[in-house]
Structures are given as structure tokens and as C-alpha cells.
Design a binder for this molecule. Sequence first.
Ligand SMILES: [Zn+2]
Length: 342
Amino acid sequence: MSEFPPRAALSLYDPFDGMRFGMRHCFLCGTPTTPPQDTIPVFAEWLMQRYNLHERQIKLLDMSIVQYQQLRIACCAHCRTQHVAPLEARVEAAATEGIAGFRRLDEQTLFLWLGKMFYGILVTELLNELDPLARPQYPLAENALLLRRFQAFFQPLQALRVPMEYDDFTPGSVFILETDPREDTMPFEYDDDLSTIAFSIKLDSTVLVACLVDNGIIQQAMRRVYQDAYRPLHPVQIAEFKARVYYAAYLLNIIPDYYPRAVKPGDTEVILDTLIDDINTAIFNPWENSGYAQSLLEMWKKWQIPLDEIMRNPAEPLTFLYDADGQPQLLEQFPKKAGGIR
Ligand SMILES: [Zn+2]
């Protein structure tokens, strides 16, 4: 008998018990794995092919540079063929229909698909830090809050392997935005803020922006802005929207707890309950325009908009999503000249 009997279909896995994040345990079930054959790419093969990513470079937090194709996580043959491949096939099929396809995907599928990539990046960064030669500027492993968020995030992510229903909540906020093609030059883009578990990926005209461990709170808080953004947006407007999500994720003060209900004979899925316990804490730390402006500065790098331009009116940082009257703004072209910016 093997030391590791296959994990029962409805039993959850806890990689934090013993911190088994290396290449020798399947990330979904913990079964011993042998690299390199028992691995999957963080960015799915179809994605790398479609956007020519194999040799494209990505900079890690310690400033080391790897190729997309080198980003891989441990995954046993069973989880690969039974769980990951079907998920990728569903998203790949949706992606061929563009934004309409993504909008039709159910919330759990989108969460799991984004979550799998995010998990892969985060674990790569964490493992990289264990390398004695790596000297990250802000070590993630020393970030207690991040580890708590990561631990929480891994609970609903297990729906990738275990049939699971989230009882009356969505674990993350996922926004689906559409770019206006006129000044859109980037078929693929990816960025993240690991410490807040915020993430964004652009596939042609579809931009997915997510905070993966907020129980949908940011989506609630940004309801109006999201409604107003339900139209093709100029890339500079998309960047502004992302700045809002990333800044909100940074301000988010709570970490949800998750509780799987006990499985009874005959059950076919695990039901996950959630609780936000910190009733004495504000959900968000106070919004500060100076902090938000930093987020804008970062997201607008490509357009080189200086901070004093962004903060010309300190009470109302620069916006391209809204016009001077606070109405959703149609922006066909980025205003080229200085002074063309409001
Ligand atoms: Zn597995």
C-alpha cells in the first residue's frame, strides 16, 4: 500500500500543514509528484500559444527574470487531466468568442481560472525567496498578512478539484472590462499585486481585473463605477479602473474565514461557508487621495502622466472615466498635448 493513498474526492487538502509548496507535491491534492513531468504551466499552453508568451520575459520580485514557459507548478496526472485540463478547455472555448464568451462563464470558473494563475505566480515568488541567492526587496514570506490572505484564498480555490458550492457568497471580485480597439496596441498584458491578492490579465479586448480574497466586497463597493464602465473603454480608462481596484484591495482591512461543512455519507459536494469575523474593524481603511494617486501614477506609467497633473485638484484626482460633470466620459483618443488633460 502506498504511503499516500489517493485523497478522497470530498476531502480538502492543506498545503500549509508542513508548507508543502515545492515541486514534489501536487498543488491541488498533495500527492507526491516528480518534476518535470508532473507539472503544469502557470499560464496555460493555449494561452502561451495564442499570445506568443513562451519566451516572453517576466520580472519577479527579486528582479530576476524568467520566461513565461518556465513558470510551472507541481500537479499530479490525475488533477492535471481531470481538473485542470477541463477548466482550461472551458476558458479556452469561451476566449474564442471574446468578451461575450467571458461574460457567459460562471463566476466559479472565472475565479478558479484566475486563481490558478495567481497561485502559480505567488508560489513561484515564495519558492524563489527560499533560494539563498535571491534577495527580494520586500520578502513575501515575512508578510504575515499576505500569508493569512493566501491561506484563506486556498480554501475556495480547492473547488478546482473538489466539487464545492460557496454558500451565498463569491470568494473574489472579478471585473470584466472591454477595451476600445482604436488605441489599443496590447493583445496581452498581465500584472498583479501579490500582497493584496489583486490580479489583472488582458486577452485581446477583454480585461479581467480581480481581487481574489475579498468575498466580493470590492465589487459591491465599486458597483456604480463598474456599471458606468460597461462599455468599450480607452486603455487609459481601463488603467484607471485597475488603479481603483488595486487601491481598494490595498485598503481592504478584513480577511474572510472559510468553513467547510462536515461531509455526510451520500454528499456529492462540499459546502463552504464564510464568515467575516472582525466586526470591530472597518472593512476598508480610509480612502486617501494621495494614496490613490500613487496607484494611478503606477497604472498610468505608459502615458507618463506626472503626479502633479494627477493631483492638480487634490480633492479630486485626475479621471478619464468621468467628465467634469461626473458623467461617464467617452474617450476615443488620449489627449496628446499637455494641457489637453483636464
Ligand atoms: Zn493532484
